[in-house]
Design a protein around this ligand. Structure first.
Ligand SMILES: NC(=O)c1ccc[n+]([C@@H]2O[C@H](COP(=O)([O-])OP(=O)(O)OC[C@H]3O[C@@H](n4cnc5c(N)ncnc54)[C@H](OP(=O)(O)O)[C@@H]3O)[C@@H](O)[C@H]2O)c1
Length: 255
């Protein structure tokens, strides 16, 4: 991937940052984006290899347009777009404020689709034309309290499958990565809390394990990658029989 231009949303933290590390080690020119400029500057300095950054909020159309103008001026094209920017919030589904669900949809779903739409002209200038979107186990199976987050990740999944088919004729690769729970700033203080029990047998991943799967997804042009891979049959089963998920979470149900 020597010299290829890779734009990573949510590149200042967690999975996005770990993926950036791997792309830099493969010789790619990595461009990071997120809202907090200080975190981005620190990440870019740590990564080296000509990594650069631009502060942008994916939920703000003007911000995303400015990001793409910056890439156009700086690099003239985009080889890989990794959409890792995201937020997680848990709440009782019947009582959760609509504002919470709206915010998660605005960032996790509309932010992702807006970024892709704005990036398409730059991706068309490259030969790789690769787009990778982050979903989650929670984009296939829905644990209690995950309704807003899961809805946003189901939406990402639906969008990604449609986009893949529509763009195939132009030589695009569109991939979906579905990780289980990851120890990252997103889940800090949440994992194994009453609203987010991690069922026995479900491993907590490192951001780098997901980063390795992302790189594999890009290089092998895979359409769907579950991390860890041996959970793929369980996700299919749970999607076909949603009450299986009830059974998995039954021991953790609050009285
Ligand atoms: N952690 C998990 O257990 C897990 C499991 C499955 C899937 N995922 C998915 O993987 C992706 C990355 O998660 P992570 O664990 O790496 O989370 P993280 O460490 O919290 O990183 C999230 C990144 O997104 C950025 N971000 C948040 N809101 C944004 C916005 N409105 N505009 C632009 N950037 C924004 C954050 O930076 P700023 O705050 O500075 O903007 C940060 O760089 C997410 O899509 C998440 O849903 C995570």
């Amino acid at each position: 991937m020597q010299g290829e231009v890779v734009l990573i949303t949510g590149g200042s933290s967690g999975i996005g940052l770990a993926a950036a590390r791997r792309f830099v080690s493969l010789g790619a020119r990595v461009r990071l984006t997120a809202r907090n400029g200080e975190k981005l500057a620190r990440a870019a300095a740590e990564l080296g290899g000509g990594t650069d950054w631009f502060s942008a909020d994916v939920s703000d159309p003007a911000s995303v347009a400015a990001l793409m103008e910056w890439i156009a001026e700086r690099d003239g094209r985009l080889d890989v777009l990794l959409n890792s920017a995201g937020q997680l919030d848990l709440a009782s589904s019947g009582e959760s404020a609509p504002e919470l669900a709206e915010r998660l949809m605005r960032v996790n779903y509309f932010g992702l689709t807006r970024t892709i739409t704005a990036a398409l002209p730059l991706l068309r200038m490259s030969s790789r034309k690769s787009i990778v979107n982050l979903s989650s186990f929670a984009g296939k199976l829905v644990p209690p309290y995950f309704s807003a987050y899961s809805a946003s990740k189901f939406a990402v999944q639906g969008y990604t499958h449609a986009l893949r088919q529509e763009m195939a004729g132009e030589g695009f690769h569109v991939g979906l990565v579905l990780p289980g729970p990851v120890a990252s700033p997103m889940t800090d203080g949440l994992l194994n809390s009453p609203m987010y029990p991690v069922p026995v047998g479900v491993p907590v991943l490192s951001p780098d394990q997901v980063a390795a799967a992302i790189v594999k997804c890009v290089r092998r042009r895979r359409s769907e990658v579950v991390v860890p891979g041996y959970f793929a049959p369980l996700l299919r089963l749970g999607a076909a029989f949603p009450r299986l998920v009830d059974l998995i979470y039954l021991p953790y149900r609050k009285r």
